[in-house]
Design a protein around this ligand. Structure first.
Ligand code: 6R9
Length: 671
């Protein structure tokens, strides 16, 4: 059966037996990958970092802040936690983010190092050195100022992943105007809500961008967002990317080529206080209105630079780094813009999709630029698994030396595939747990130090304190599960929810007194290493047993027929909740040739064997796609609607809004 044209299979037989507690499968993972001596010897981060940080956490961070950043006025104060949960770091110091990311490298004599290799989806591209970036960012800063944007004013950014997106973010930082990037795939409605919540004065957009081989328009969404009433907006600045026709409003709209390209390339960065807001970023959130998470300058940049240098073992003189995230996601802020540029890295940015014009596009890019560090999401890895390993096999990936993963728990089998097929069984993998709210990586192996375990993010970084607690906020013993919490303030901590301090306290600090509640389930294994189990809202309760969606998904993906799986709990008269699984079969491994019943039986038995009969899905639905947000998170809420035969709820944050129709059509088709 062809993967693209699969029919949906629906089985509704007996509920799973309820006599097995099970669910130990992730904890019995016994594959281990110690760092090679060669890697360990040359690594930026050595084991001693943990002891150093543990000895005095605030001074450790102060050292990092002094070493990794250039301050206009050095700070004396380090941490102020006296008004917890509102935090201040390095508060009496001043600095500028764009100066740190760009100018100081030019001053240090490395202005001709490439900062960005831009690869357009259409095959066009250009490379910008740090000196180029300094000129471009200065021009944009002058133009924004001329358009009336001052220090403290907010700028909304609605752009494809092109150099102007990075330039715009840095130009905002240069004048101290907090940016609010809205992912280009979001609707006009989502855009207008975010513009209004932040009261943005300027919107920077483009005529369009290239996606899946064609020019897709962006400006019409801005035009529509503005018709909904956005009184704060004074100008819309439009980059010409595709050359497609746009509607024009003479009072508001200005072309980038008219005002930025013609502006002076000399500009003095505005030094701001360490606690000056650098950006607002709205999180998709499963319920309620989106939260405008805001980050400030000194602490955020310290952790961005520190984690980027140590977790990816960055050697700025020789590495070519590529993070595949869009700038509309926090990963794009911290690990495309601020972390790498502050560290003087050379990096690749790619505008388009991995399968345009062919499914080897990413691997071709790695071969072309000799990428040595790759940072991507489990969803992308599983998609590539589904397409088959012969595709990456056609390219020379020998330049790679570190691989990273972020966004969701990575299933052990996807981890193994990533290491073997992409990493040539040679590269360390860093599975990095963090959130929009944490600003930077929090839990991750260190590539020259940690013996890695497929599927586990393992240990808090030096300087970070995390724990797993039970309902009463008590630390759980090794071998048990509970909720992930952060127990000490960290420099890149969110400073709040824009305009709503109470919601900040309620959401993150009320569940457990004095602890930051991350909203993720987690377990500690026998060694005390942390395994992330998905959002707490995704935990199911089947016959009184708490089952994690991640564990069952990992069990399904460990079967050779399965490329991707999403599991939800659906209301069930007998068991309270029942497990419903949505699976995508692998084209290359026999799964596609099986008939529906065989797939059902085989996969249900497989889950029973891997985890226990309690975890057997009541239904397994074979689908061609899963509904995902742009950052690759499966929207289980929508699948739950399907599993419970409800009308599908709000799907506006889906990367591809047609997916739910596809699933619904499949369900009603005979089969
Ligand atoms: C960076 C980012 C945050 C949520 C987080 C968790 C999930 C991210 C993960 C992971 C397991 C990892 N998550 N990384 N779960 N292992 N390595 O993704 O930020 O979009 O705010 O999402 O993503 O559930 O709470 P954000």
């Amino acid at each position: 059966m062809d993967v693209a044209a699969q029919e949906v299979v629906l089985v509704t037989d007996t509920p799973p037996e309820s006599h097995e507690p099970g669910l130990e499968n992730l904890l019995t993972e016994d594959r281990r990958f110690p760092p090679t001596p060669e890697f360990a010897d040359q690594a930026n981060a050595q084991r001693g970092l943990y002891a150093w940080a543990n000895a005095d956490r605030p001074s450790f961070w102060a050292e990092q802040a002094r070493e990794l950043l250039s301050w206009e006025k050095p700070f004396e104060e380090v941490l102020d936690w006296s008004k917890a949960p509102f935090v201040r770091w390095f508060a009496d110091g001043t600095l500028n983010a764009a100066y740190n990311a760009v100018d100081r490298h030019v001053e240090a004599g490395i202005g001709d190092r490439v900062a960005l290799h831009f690869e357009g989806e259409d095959g066009t591209g250009r490379s910008l050195t740090y000196a180029d970036l300094q000129r471009e960012v200065s021009k944009a800063a002058n133009a924004f100022t001329a358009l009336g944007v001052g220090t403290g004013d907010r700028v909304a950014i609605y752009l494809p992943l092109i150099p102007e997106a990075v330039i715009t973010m840095l130009a905002c930082a240069r004048i101290g105007a907090p940016h609010s990037v809205v992912f280009g795939g979001f609707s006009a409605e989502a855009l207008s809500t975010r513009i209004n919540d932040a009261q943005a004065k300027l919107v920077v957009t483009a005529d369009g961008g290239y996606r899946r081989g064609s020019a897709s328009a962006l400006k019409p969404a801005v035009d529509e967002a503005l018709t909904k009433g956005t009184p704060s907006v004074e100008h819309v600045l439009v980059v010409q990317r595709t050359g497609q026709d746009v509607a024009w409003n003479d009072e508001l709209d200005v072309w980038w080529s008219d005002v930025v390209d013609t502006a002076s390339d000399q500009h003095t960065p505005v030094a701001v206080e360490a606690e000056h807001p650098l950006f607002i970023l709205y999180t998709s959130g499963t319920t309620g209105k989106p939260k405008g998470i805001f980050h400030t300058t000194g602490g955020y940049l310290t952790q961005a630079a520190y984690t980027h240098r140590n977790v990816f073992d960055l050697k700025p003189e020789t590495d070519v780094y590529w993070c595949t995230a869009d700038i509309g996601w926090i990963t794009g802020h911290t690990y495309v813009v601020y972390g790498p540029l502050i560290n003087g890295a050379t990096q690749v940015i790619y505008e388009g999709t991995p399968d345009t014009p062919h499914r080897g596009r990413w691997w071709e890019i790695i071969e072309k630029y000799k990428v040595s560090i790759l940072y991507t999401a489990p969803t992308a890895i599983r998609t590539c698994m589904k397409w088959g390993e012969e595709i990456p096999g056609k390219f020379d990936l020998s330049s790679l030396r570190v691989l990273g993963s972020v966004g969701e728990p990575i299933n052990p089998e996807a981890w193994m595939w990533y290491r073997r097929v992409i990493g040539g069984d040679r590269t360390p993998i860093v599975d990095t747990w963090w959130q929009t709210e944490t600003g930077g990586i929090m839990i991750s192996p260190l590539p020259g130090v940690t013996e890695t375990k497929p599927g586990s993010a393992q240990v808090p970084l030096p300087g970070i304190a995390a724990d797993v607690v039970d309902d009463d906020a008590q630390s759980v013993p090794n071998g048990s599960g509970g909720y992930l919490v952060l127990t000490e303030p960290w420099p890149a901590m969110l400073r709040g929810i824009w305009g709503d301090p109470d919601r900040y306290v309620d959401t993150y600090w009320s569940r457990f007194r004095g602890l930051y509640f991350a909203g993720d389930g987690a377990k500690k294994d026998a060694d005390g290493d942390i395994w992330l189990l998905g959002r707490v809202d995704d935990v199911m309760n089947v016959s009184g047993h708490r089952l994690s969606t991640t564990e069952i998904e990992s069990a399904l993906v460990s079967h050779p027929w399965v490329a991707e799986a999403a599991v939800v709990g659906a209301a069930d008269e007998t068991t309270g909740q029942a497990v419903v699984a949505f699976v995508i079969l692998r084209g290359d491994a026999g799964g596609g040739d099986q008939d529906a019943d065989a797939v059902q039986t085989e996969l249900r038995n497989h889950v029973a064997k891997e985890i226990g009969p309690i975890a057997k899905p009541r239904q397994i639905l074979v689908v061609a796609e899963l509904p995902k947000t742009r950052s690759g998170k499966i929207m289980r809420r929508l699948l739950r609607d399907v599993a419970e035969n409800r009308q599908v709820g709000d799907a506006t944050t889906l990367a591809d809004s047609s997916v739910m129709d596809l699933i619904a059509q499949g369900l009603s088709a005979p089969g």
